[in-house]
Design a binder for this molecule. Sequence first.
Ligand code: OGA
Ligand code: NI
Length: 322
Amino acid sequence: MEVIPASRRLDKSEVPVVDIGPLVRGDEAGITATVDALARACSDTGFMYVKNHGVPSAVRDELVKQCALFFDLPIAEKMEVGTHKSEFFRGFLPLKYKGATSAGENMQEGFIIFHDRPVSSASPMYGPNQWPANPPGFKAAMLNYFAAAEKLAHAMLPGFALALGLKRDFFAPIFSDPLLMLKLNHYPPQPKPEDGLEMGVRGHSDSGGFTILWQDNVGGLELLSNTGEWIGVPPIPDTYVINIGDMMQVWTNQRFKSTKHRVINTYGVNRYSIPLFVNPNYHTMVQPLVGETSPDFKPFMSGDYHYAVYRRIYPQKVPAPV
Ligand code: OGA
Ligand code: NI
């Protein structure tokens, strides 16, 4: 049985609040301070809070409202749009969707969209989203938020490039048609978290470029520090948490850290979070882009990699043989 070690409080220097206003506004004034802070955060814990992010609070609040209404629906109604009905990992994920394993289950339900793309044999993740009939405002809220969060994702790219001493448009071609996954997460309160059998989401790193995470005011997100301690990353109003994913760690030759994190909701109330997983173009070959590349490194295709990951973890309608 896995024992959950005690977490400790965050020291503010471990996950700094970075003012990304200059990146969002495309403004030269103040950009140096932003880029310096970004560079430090990415190479230290790979986690930061960002403020002045440009996502309208009304757009976010509307999605948060619709998100709670959706997860409140009866399970049978939610399963009408379950990912098990999609070949493309779109739709609802029921609680404990990873199934029972000896390591335990994730106490999380979810809802996933990507961009709607024409089905293509060259990109097996392209396809249509599934939409529930209820709540009626759900689809519009999701798409409005998706557009606003995608803008923020693109505003971050020059920041990462400048933080690496590269040209500001360095990442643009890699993210010209990005495989963005927008996910709603619902973490019900956990009855007995200390036995280690149930966790909101177990320790993992994110697989793509980076993640833009909105979390509500409940708390429960923790990161695994360089010293091996789990550290709380508590909510700060009007900020996002941005964390580096595995592919950004590869591109930067480990300069930027893809740090393990997990969620335990011990607070007795529902917790909601909304990650946008910022994954590069399907056909991007992932390999180190700065510094020396080890001759042993085998480049891999971003989309194929994600396809394999999602097939492992999400229920899916098996594609018909061609
Ligand atoms: C994730 C994740 C954190 C959260 O979905 O990959 O780490 O706060 N979520 O929900
Ligand atoms: Ni994660």
